[in-house]
Design a protein around this ligand. Structure first.
Ligand code: ATP
Ligand code: MG
Length: 359
């Protein structure tokens, strides 16, 4: 007889994968996989495949794949994502290894069936839902794919008259909640996110300070530490190398300009979502907006969205308490609340993979 199942909630993001388990473990790793470039690298690293911070730290010795970068394979069909056929196989293998590694981090009891809810972008296409099912099939005995913003809302008991805005690395997903399972048509996915802010910030920095030596990691770390969108008196002063010599730069203006690029698309997406509802539901939803995902941590974003909503009669915006684990924790709560017979429907030899299919 099977032992007690292990339940897992997973947030499979462009940038990071977070995983929370019913046995109390929680972990978050970069959504990236590294393979040693040659046999020397393989001998030094002592592994065939590398995960987590090692992918960044040892990157010179690795061939690195971010399988969901720019939403490739995730919210776009592979043809649209610009990933070649050859790369597609590599992305698939990387995604498979990543999911398997994330599950192994939860240390499930040997022999116990593993049931998981995976948060996927709001409007992952059928093709991409089946891609996720496929890469998850090695690691789980049964799997459900739920929209990421829904798992956040479920975790916060905000399933009635609420709006979740999940600001990730690749996409901003806006999802209305009105006491039922959200359909694909309810939701809006804006194809922008933290990666886009990094690109703009990098461009503005190289225009203004061409002498400063930058890398994508440096740019991202500055944004995560100082990023803001409101009017502040403080300045963002950082040390950057110029010809290998640390030098002080005031990056306040380019940083703000880059971070602000997300605000208009968020308001536009919100407007699109709420315009589909009657005015009384609109009012209720606008007064219960939840910002999730790493981008929710941009200083002042909640207040700026509230200000922008004044034209729509006002709104109330709050941030999730824990932007790293909110999606995965909600997915776990969903997994643990599903009765055993419903899990049987999601056994991986079945084709149904989303709660909407089973409803
Ligand atoms: N304190 C912070 N301030 C601003 N941005 C941040 C902060 N912390 C993380 N981020 C950004 O949030 C993004 C990652 O967010 P998150 O981990 O929610 O993405 P993801 O779930 O992997 O992506 P997606 O949902 O698009 O697939 C990155 O661009 C990261 O730089
Ligand atoms: Mg995400």
């Amino acid at each position: 007889m099977d032992s007690q199942p292990a339940f897992i909630g997973m947030d499979l993001g462009t940038f990071k994968t977070s995983v929370v388990s019913s046995n109390g473990t929680r972990d978050s790793i970069f959504s990236a996989v590294g393979w040693p470039k040659d046999h020397v690298a393989r001998a030094i690293l002592g592994r065939d495949v590398v995960f987590g911070t090692d992918v960044v730290e040892k990157r010179l010795a690795l061939k690195v794949c971010r399988p969901f970068q720019r939403g490739a394979l995730k919210y776009l069909d592979s043809a649209e994502s610009g990933v070649s056929e050859a790369n597609l196989e590599q992305h698939k293998e990387a995604a498979r290894l990543l999911v398997k590694h994330a599950v192994s981090l939860t240390r499930p009891q040997p022999g116990a069936p593993i049931y998981g809810v995976i948060g996927a972008p709001s409007r992952a296409s059928i093709v991409n839902k089946s891609f996720i099912m496929d890469v998850a099939s090695d690691a789980f005995d049964a799997v459900v794919i739920a929209p990421e913003p829904f798992t956040v809302a479920y975790g916060m008991n905000a399933l009635t008259d609420a709006l979740v805005i999940d600001i990730g690395a690749g996409t901003i997903d806006i999802c209305p909640l009105y006491s039922t399972y959200p359909t694909d048509e309810d939701q809006v996915t804006v194809p922008l996110g933290g990666d886009f802010v990094d690109e703009v910030f990098m461009r503005l920095m190289s225009e203004r300070f061409p002498e400063a030596e930058l890398s994508p990691n440096i740019v991202r770390e500055i944004k995560e530490k100082y990023g803001f969108v409101h009017d502040i008196d403080e300045k963002a002063i950082v040390m950057l190398d110029v010809k290998a010599r640390p030098t002080e730069f005031d990056v306040t203006a380019p940083l703000k300009e880059a971070c602000l690029t997300l605000v208009e698309p968020i308001i536009e997406g919100l407007r699109e979502v709420i315009s589909r509802f009657d005015p009384e539901f609109r009012r209720a939803m606008l007064s219960n907006i939840i910002l999730a995902g790493g981008g929710s941590q941009l200083n002042g974003l909640d207040r700026l969205i509230e200000q922008s909503l004044e034209a729509y009669g006002g709104g109330r915006v709050r941030k999730v308490g824990d932007s790293v684990f909110a999606g995965a924790a909600g997915a776990l709560k969903l997994a643990m609340s599903m009765p055993a017979d419903q899990w049987d429907q999601f056994r991986l030899h079945n084709n149904s993979s989303s709660l909407a299919d089973a409803a």
